[in-house]
Design a protein around this ligand. Sequence first.
Ligand SMILES: [Zn+2]
Ligand SMILES: [Zn+2]
Length: 197
Amino acid sequence: MTLAPGGSGLVSDAESRQMAFDLGQKPVGKPTAEAVDLLIQATFDQHQPGFSLPPVRVSARMRRTLGSYMPSRKQIAISSRLLAMGDENDIRQVVLHEVAHAIVHDRWGDKPSAHGREFRSVCNEIGAKPRRFVDVTTGEWQSQIRYLSKCGHCKVLIVRKRRMRSVRCVCGLKLYPQSWRAVAPAEGGETGDWVML
Ligand SMILES: [Zn+2]
Ligand SMILES: [Zn+2]
């Protein structure tokens, strides 16, 4: 039911957000959680009328998976890392994969195997790739990921490519960070803004 990452991107603004998934429309800005919900509902309206789900859950805890569907809660979850760093097509493919799981469950309950015949047929119906895994370019994401900690003394943010055991702050203090936060540079990134992953 879950997707493994195969291999980048960021959160942004833009008033045409919800248009980002419209066919024929040039994407403006990156999809947001709201745009993901619109894609999900539009797919249901067309292929499973009357069905709906609670808003998509964006999870910062999903490390090895990009998306999941939990039938007991009727909950689609996607990784915050996917939303922040995936391109539009990455996000679309992961979301539609989970939508296919949701439709299979609504139609046939627990009987079908996770990625079996019913799943593949629903994928073909809704325009998802009928595969167990979705190829996204998360390999490229890795090069953008940074780890952020804060100096307890001067409060300056310390950013490194790896979770180091120890770092020397600009104030001269040697730090042994208890934890590092995974971050990505915000779009347009020169300003030093970071998006939490
Ligand atoms: Zn799956
Ligand atoms: Zn310091």
